[in-house]
Write a protein that binds this ligand. Structure first.
Ligand code: FCB
Length: 484
């Protein structure tokens, strides 16, 4: 699409152009041919050691939880819009708390060997220092069932924080409470004590950058704040929490549940977005670079250097040490959650530094996110030099028809394989998501499930396979997890 570039004065333009050049990068011309994707044999050369699975989160799937989202869901913005589309709530959602056996059956059908699922902090620790032994026993039953799955065990990967906070943490200031990182670590230690003999794969945090963007920059999620300085502080808190929690997991999980030599393998699921400029003008290029640095690189830089630097030009500038991130709180793999690209047009405004230009000729998912599989290859290549094994810890599409998802998976596995062929160490792929669930502020509008659920019309919430189940099973066959 055509875009308009506003440049005040020639000198400003020159400075910006130089800066954009200095920051480097031209928009990628990578464009896949559908016929190449069709011909491609997915995950060729890999064996059953490849982590092939799906991801969910506790709040989005369990139902029956009470946390900071519970009040938020019932609220509205000053213009009367509900916080969540259609005023939906997660009070029952997919009811996985009760229907988990169906989830395990669906995972078995898929041939998955790993399941990234959450434990809900507010359920296990409903008040500070308490521990709900009944809830813990229930989780344990699920974890043991995964280990006992057919035709092979499904390794549970436990996620500790996936966007929701217990009310008692919120009462102390939420993520702005100075004690929040230590509280997460104390929770991690207890979870490791309770489940470490069944769980070897850990993911303390999901997408700190998404949480901070939605909760503290765009006010789409609780606590509904727009404040770059507070956003930077909270991002630092999350990263410190990661370090402390990872160290606690390492110290408390000493049992190698599956006998493969590792008691605790720890990673962070990091959301990435490709930022491409909408025009060849220097301002768009600069804004794309700044967004990329803030959104994509702040987290890996902190994990790699043990120093948290959060920079939002003229708005926030934070720099603090976090030595644990390189020590006991280090990661063993970096999770890459990839969904889309933003083609950005700059604004000379602090509130909204850019707008996303939507090209109607490009495919989009039901929520308006551009489908851009080439971006997965680009992001895997971009993150590879840090040296961690990379795990595609989420990839998926809101597709209520279920008909676009098979091609979406093929195209993204093609991207993953192209990155592998260039030497990128990709250790797994997890599809988001197992079944339709509560999609945060989009309520039940975003249908991401390999299995679909008729929330309004089917009180039994049965998980019905979409056509992409067969695509996933093809992946499982190709790596030897299902018979040919
Ligand atoms: C990711 C979140 C996940 C889900 C998908 C669609 O950013 O981790 O909870 O909402 O997007």
């Amino acid at each position: 699409m055509k875009s308009r570039v506003v440049v005040g004065a020639a000198t400003v333009a020159a400075i910006v152009a130089t800066a954009a050049l200095f920051l480097g990068g031209r928009p990628s011309r990578l464009a896949y041919q559908p016929s190449d994707i069709d011909r491609h044999v997915m995950l060729q050369g890999l064996g059953p050691g490849f982590l092939l699975g799906v991801a969910t989160s506790a709040y989005q799937t369990e139902g029956g939880n009470h946390n900071d989202w519970t009040a938020w869901e019932k609220g509205q913005y000053s213009d009367g819009r509900p916080h969540v589309a259609d005023g939906a709530t997660a009070s029952r959602t997919a009811d996985s708390w009760n229907l988990w056996r169906e989830d395990v059956r669906a995972l078995e059908q898929l041939g998955a060997n790993v399941y990234r699922l959450g434990v809900e902090w507010s359920r296990l620790e409903p008040t500070e220092g308490a521990w709900d032994a009944t809830a813990a026993a229930h989780y344990r039953e699920i974890l043991l069932a995964l280990r006992a799955a057919r035709p092979h065990p499904i390794a549970p990967m436990l996620n500790l924080y996936h966007f929701t906070l217990p009310d008692w943490v919120v009462a102390r200031g939420g993520w702005e409470w100075p004690g929040a990182p230590a509280a997460v670590a104390a929770f991690a230690a207890r979870v490791a004590d309770a489940f470490g003999d069944v769980v070897d794969e850990w993911c303390p945090l999901n997408e700190p950058n998404v949480y901070v963007t939605k909760g503290f920059l765009s006010a789409d999620w609780p606590p509904g704040v727009r404040d770059p300085k507070r956003a930077a502080r909270v991002l630092a808190q999350l990263l410190q929490a990661h370090g402390l929690a990872a160290a606690a997991l390492r110290a408390h999980d000493r049992v190698d549940a599956d006998g493969d030599g590792a008691a605790a393998r720890i990673g962070l699921a990091h959301n990435v977005i490709v930022f491409d400029p909408a025009s060849s003008g220097p301002l768009d290029a600069l804004v794309a670079r700044i967004a990329d640095r803030f959104y994509n690189l702040t987290v890996p830089e902190a994990l790699a250097t043990g120093r948290i630097r959060v920079a939002l030009p003229m708005q926030a500038d934070l720099d603090e040490p976090a030595p644990l991130l390189k020590g006991e709180g280090r990661i063993d793999w970096l999770g890459v959650n990839y969904y889309t690209r933003h083609v950005v047009r700059s604004h000379l405004s602090r509130q909204t530094p850019y707008e996303i230009v939507v090209d109607p000729r490009r495919p989009h998912n039901d929520m308006g996110w551009e489908i851009y599989p080439e971006g997965l290859e680009r992001m895997l290549e971009k993150l590879a030099p840090y040296g961690w094994p990379l795990l595609v810890s989420e990839s998926g599409i809101a597709d209520r028809t279920g008909t676009v998802r098979p091609g979406f998976i093929r195209a993204h596995i093609y991207a993953l394989d192209r990155a592998r062929a260039k030497g990128v160490n990709v250790i797994g792929y997890m599809h988001w998501s197992l079944m339709d669930n509560f999609e945060w502020s989009h309520g039940f509008e975003g249908r991401f499930g390999l299995y679909t659920i008729d929330f309004a019309g089917d009180p039994s919430l049965s998980r019905r396979p979409t056509p992409a189940v067969a695509t996933f099973q093809e992946l499982a066959r190709n790596v030897g997890l299902l018979p040919r």
